[in-house]
Design a protein around this ligand. Structure first.
Ligand code: GDP
Ligand code: IMO
Ligand code: MG
Length: 427
């Protein structure tokens, strides 16, 4: 049984927690998109893990971890993450596989990310500054790209870096008046990356074919969320990969027909970090309250997340986009304490009621939400284990959301811990 977990909003839905739960019954956990812009949190007892590049299955020592070809790998972050896990007695030796075709994020990508954002001023995307966009640009441009396989061949890599650094220096100097980079410095770092990561570089496409053939359970872990998808999200305020479940095929080499269930993760409200349209945003006391109660500060950058009501128009769209078969709704506990709660059921765009997510970004920017208002709940949900023990107003909220998004909500999050999930059907 193969399964994919993907975010249905603008990221940070709680994918790390859901993957960690499902990883118990998985043989392999596979990251297929994004890079160290991701921050996936797992809470086991009092231990908190925030993973950026390692698949969230890493904390389960029986799981093999695959960083597939679609990921852009920042070796410095990955090496630190491996070390951090080792410090907590979690060894990944022999169970981490990094695709030889995955592209490498180097310092000049991070520099370019920062310089480009600074130059954009108020039009900036609000990236995580992890070099993601520049690295994917090099991948698409081909001639100046470095892949994990290149780390294996230092002599050829040195030549390649000479060409790349010379090109980048001309570019950065002309566009941003930046100081020149030194090839030797970039190269020396690559040698240290090689030393630490070479044992893990593998043909992950073949590895996954074989895993499928032998009937292993594979769990695919999406990063970011469908509204940040490069092709289908709120462009240009998106990330540079296919961050919906659609990215699974190109990002791993496994066609979607091998995947039996697609679990979409949402929060019971919306959040967004960085710029871009957000029709249901509550830039007011409600948003502030959600942010503080839900600890809505970025796992990767620490930035405060923008908060708003659950947008069922947007999520109905991403459910369809990802072929989502079931939904895990997190943070129901965070909404407790409000007399009334709202769900956006339609938009008003240029005076007309619209119940689908607009493709036109100007329409989205001008969309006003039409809300379904429901009674809130004041009970503490954090210790509830069975669906029948949920307060009636919570059930009503879930059922309303379910009917608007067109997919069953099968898992309910009532706290950050592994154990704080209520199952409405067996996993
Ligand atoms: P991811 O990027 O999708 O893995 O999500 P993040 O880890 O960036 O952000 C989700 C945050 O919500 C983390 O701090 C989680 O520990 C926390 N979390 C997950 N599920 C729940 C839940 O049901 N209730 C509460 N209160 N916190 C949750
Ligand atoms: P996880 O996997 C939330 C956002 C950034 C910015 C935009 C582009 O933890 O859900 P980038 O650095 O990718 O070029 O930034 O995408 N973003 C995320 N927001 N969660 C994430 O990952 C994100 N990864 C990128 O804030 O708006
Ligand atoms: Mg996150």
């Amino acid at each position: 049984m193969n399964c994919c977990v993907a975010g249905l909003q603008w990221g940070d839905e709680g994918k790390g927690k859901v993957v960690d739960i499902l990883a118990e019954k998985s043989d392999l956990v596979v990251r297929f998109n994004g890079g160290a812009n991701a921050g996936h949190t797992i809470l086991i007892g009092d231990q908190r893990f925030a993973l950026h590049l390692m698949p969230s299955g890493a904390v389960r020592t029986g799981c093999q971890c695959v960083i597939a070809n679609g990921v852009v790998v920042d070796p410095a972050v990955l090496i630190e993450e491996i070390g951090g896990l080792k410090d907590r007695n979690i060894s990944i030796d022999g169970r981490l596989f990094i695709s030889e075709n995955a592209h490498v994020v180097l310092d000049y990508h991070k520099l370019e990310d920062r310089l480009r954002e600074e130059a954009l001023g108020k039009n900036k995307i609000g990236t995580t500054a992890r070099g993601i966009g520049p690295c994917y640009c090099d991948k698409v441009g081909r001639s100046y790209a470095v892949r994990m396989a290149d780390l294996r061949n230092p002599e050829a890599l040195k030549e390649k870096l000479r060409k790349i650094v010379s090109y980048k220096n001309k570019l950065f100097s002309a566009l941003y008046n930046a100081d020149p980079l030194r090839t030797e410095e970039v190269y020396e770092k690559c040698l240290s990356y090689r030393q630490a990561l070479e044992p893990f570089i593998a043909n992950t496409t073949q590895l996954l074919f074989e895993a499928i053939q032998s009937g292993k359970n594979i769990l695919f872990e999406g990063a970011q969320g469908a509204l940040l998808d490069l092709d289908h999200g709120t462009f240009p305020y998106v990330t540079s990969s296919n961050a919906s479940a659609l990215g699974l095929g190109p990002g791993s080499g496994v066609p979607a027909c091998h995947v039996h269930s697609f679990i979409g993760v949402v929060k019971a409200y919306m959040t967004r970090v960085g710029s871009g349209p957000f029709p249901a945003e509550q830039d007011n006391e409600i948003g502030q309250r959600i942010r503080e109660k839900g600890h809505e500060y970025g796992t990767t950058t620490g930035r405060p997340r923008r908060c708003g009501w659950f947008d069922a128009v947007a999520v109905a769209y991403t459910v369809r986009l990802g072929g989502i078969t079931e939904v895990a709704m997190m943070h129901l506990d965070t909404l407790a304490g409000l007399d009334e709660v709202n769900i956006c059921r339609a938009y008003r765009i240029r005076g007309r009621e619209v119940n689908f997510f607009p493709g036109n970004q100007d329409d989205l920017a001008s969309a006003e939400c039409i809300y379904e208002t429901l009674p809130g709940w004041h009970e503490d949900l954090s210790k509830i284990q069975r669906p029948e023990d949920l307060p009636a107003n919570v059930i009503r909220y879930i059922q309303t959301a379910e009917s608007l998004i067109g997919a069953p909500i099968t898992m309910i999050g009532v706290g950050p811990k592994r154990s704080q999930v209520i199952y409405r059907k067996p996993v």
